[in-house]
Design a protein around this ligand. Sequence first.
Ligand SMILES: [Zn+2]
Length: 365
Amino acid sequence: MRRPAGIALLAAGALAAAFVAAAARVALLQDSAPAKEAGGSPMNATSDTALPRYSRSAHDITPLPRERVAELASRLDEESYRITQKAGTEPAGCGTLLDNKREGTYVCIVCGLPLFSSGHKFNSGTGWPSFHSPYDVDHIAEIEDRSHGMVRTEIQCARCTAHLGHVFKDGPKPTGLRYCLNSAALKFYEKGEPWPPESRPVETETAYFAGGCFWGVEHYFQQGPGVIDAVSGYMQGHVDHPTYKQVCGDDSGHAEAVKVVFDPKRISYRRLLEAFFVMHDPTQLNRQGPDVGTQYRSGIYFTSENQAKEARAFIQEQHESGRYKGRRIVTEVEKAETFWPAEEYHQDYVVKTGRPCHIADPWKK
Ligand SMILES: [Zn+2]
C-alpha cells in the first residue's frame, strides 16, 4: 500500500504545529501584518534527479527542477511572482478569490496542482481566502517559518514550492485548521470547466502478479520508480471476500497476489515483468521456497490484450535466454478476475513489522 508521499514534510509540519499553538494569538495579529519578504523559500525540494512521487489522488507531485519552476514563474504577473517566489503576502481584503463562492477547485498558479476545493472554503473574517482542508494533504508542504520573530507554519505547493500562505490551528471543524491563502497564488477552475493536463491526475494502468507470499512482493513493487500503489490481496479463486485463513487452507483457489497501479509514462509493463522475475522463481510449481500450496503459485493476471501479449512474449524470451537452465517456467498467464484486497495487517507488512525480506531487490542497480 502506498505510503504518503508527503510524510516527511508532514512530520516536519507537525513539529512546527506544536510551536504554532503557542503562537496562535500572535499569529492572528500577524494576519494583518505587512507583506513578508523572506527572500526565498526555506525548503528547496526542487531537484533534477527526483524519483517520481504521487499523491493519494494520483497526481504526479515529483518536485519540479529549479529551471522548470523558473520558466513557469517567468509567466506570472508581478503580484503572483512576488507572492509565490518571494514569499510575499497580499493586503487583507484585496484578494480576487476572497469572496469567490462558486463551486470549483483552486490550483497552484505556478504549476497547476490542485490545492483546495470550494467545499472546504469558509469565511474566516481575516481578509484572506480560508480553507479547513487541502484538496489532498500530499499537495501541501508545511514548513516552519521563523520570520518576523514568530514561529508559524508556512504552506507551499508540494510540487513547485510556490509560497501559498500559512496554516493555523484556529480553524473550524472537522480539522480545526485554517489554511490562510493568498489569492494571487491560486487559479480557480469552476466546476465543469476542463482542467489543463498539469492539473489532472495521471492516467494509470494496473497490473497483477502472484509470486508466493505477497508481503515481500508488495514491498518491492511499492518501491518501483513510477509505481503509485502496490496492494496485497487474493485473486483467481472461486470464493467471494476470501479471508487469509480460507486462502491458506488452500481450498478457495486464490493466489496471493499484488495489485500494482503504475504510471505508464514513468515505468513500462515490461520493466514490471522484469522486476517480478527477479523477485521470485517462476520455475517453482505451486510454491516459493518454504511456502507450499497453490496459493503460492506463480501468476501474471493481465488487464488488457497488450499486457497478455507482452507477458507471453516475455516468458518465451526468458525460456530462450537459457537463464533457467532448462527448467520450465510455470507462471500462469490469465485474464485478471476480481482482486480482493487482503486484511489490513497484511498491507505494508514488511515496513510495519520490520521483518527482513529475503527476496531480491529488483530495483538495485
Ligand atoms: Zn505548484
